[in-house]
Design a binder for this molecule. Structure first.
Ligand SMILES: NC(=O)c1ccc[n+]([C@@H]2O[C@H](COP(=O)([O-])OP(=O)(O)OC[C@H]3O[C@@H](n4cnc5c(N)ncnc54)[C@H](O)[C@@H]3O)[C@@H](O)[C@H]2O)c1
Length: 307
């Protein structure tokens, strides 16, 4: 029981002073209770990603492709899952990864793909829940499109909620059992700085990324006892295909620094190597990835699990 009397702990505060971490050994609570206690070395990713199996959604392009390249370079067996078969297979050929066709908004497809991974690889240690889209993809090149909620096609709304929100929640749901059976691992969702600040050019995108941030923060303490850590990376503007044509150039003209996708891959690796769970890793230009902290809220009247 936590100090709040709830059957789970608040967001992890384990740090380098934690005696368990000093020994680099954590015994997942559920395994200990069931009498099948195993020692789980949570620093496994500190040595790189040798002997690990990693799944990257949206790995056919941009940030996902950069993460797939980085994890493969660090020794992981990488599986790229994407709607875009051509893009995904091109990256796979380049880095010796495996391609899986997946629409991350489809729960049945998720279950089927994870069953295939279990059959073929027998384990899953790292999952980057990264696939995502904007409400509109404009080719007009303007930095700020006028967003009009009333005229937004409902199909666009369903599509973005499916990719950006369902894709993360259903992905975490489908992966967690195999990750736990693999001795634990790390789930990383790609949110955005738009998950903690407003992005008026696309309020629906902003809503989806806030949803991802909330989900990661609330789900992480529930997963942690199973040995599965859960983080989000929050990139600023990254030069990828998600941006409208010329967006990156327009942004640069306004003095906004545009990042290379490899900088977000660095954030993913940093998150995997963290000793705490449920963290939001800001990935901003010319800075090392760092944790974002919300301001505490006092006097809620119910236990505040963030404190
Ligand atoms: N580029 C940026 O400035 C930026 C900033 C913050 C966050 N992000 C986030 O980063 C993530 C990756 O985006 P990116 O910038 O690399 O864009 P991208 O368009 O280059 O890559 C996105 C990939 O996701 C795939 N995808 C889209 N919908 C899918 C679905 N339903 N199922 C499976 N695959 C799907 C696409 O085919 C594509 O390969 C997204 O979640 C995005 O919101 C991007």
């Amino acid at each position: 029981m936590s100090a709040h009397g709830l059957p789970f702990s608040r967001r992890s505060t384990r740090d380098s002073r934690d005696p368990l971490l000093e020994k680099s050994i954590i015994v997942p609570r559920n395994l200990a209770v069931s009498g099948q206690a195993q020692e789980l070395d949570m620093t496994r990713f500190d040595q790189g990603f040798q002997d690990t199996v990693a799944l990257v959604t949206g790995g056919g392009s941009g940030i996902g492709a950069a993460t797939a390249r980085r994890l493969a370079h660090e020794g992981a067996r990488v599986i790229i899952a994407d709607l875009d078969e051509a893009g995904g297979k091109t990256v796979c050929e380049e880095i010796g990864a495996e391609f899986m066709s997946l629409d991350v908004s489809d729960p049945d497809a998720w279950e089927a793909r994870i069953a295939e991974i279990e059959q073929r690889h027998g384990a899953l240690h790292v999952v980057h829940l990264n696939a995502g889209i904007t409400t509109y993809k404009s080719d007009s090149g303007g930095l700020v499109e006028a967003f009009d909620l009333a005229s937004m096609p409902l199909a666009n709304y369903r599509r973005i909620m499916g990719a950006n929100v369902d894709g993360v929640i259903l992905g975490a749901r489908a992966c967690q059992r195999l990750m736990q059976a693999s001795g634990g691992g790390c789930l990383i969702a790609t949110a955005s700085v738009a998950g903690v600040v407003s992005f008026p050019p696309d309020p629906i995108y902003t809503a989806t990324k806030h949803a991802v941030v909330g989900f990661v923060r609330a789900q992480a303490p529930l997963l942690e006892p199973t040995g599965v850590m859960f983080h989000a990376v929050l990139p600023g503007v990254v030069d990828t295909n998600i941006l409208s044509e010329n967006f990156a150039d327009e942004a640069r003209k306004l003095g906004i620094k545009v990042m290379d996708p490899s900088e977000i891959a660095e954030g993913v690796v940093t998150a995997c190597q963290a000793k705490t769970s449920g963290d939001l890793w800001l990935c901003l230009p010319e800075q090392a990835p760092r944790r974002y902290e919300f301001a505490p809220v006092d006097d809620i009247g119910v236990p505040n699990l963030d404190e």
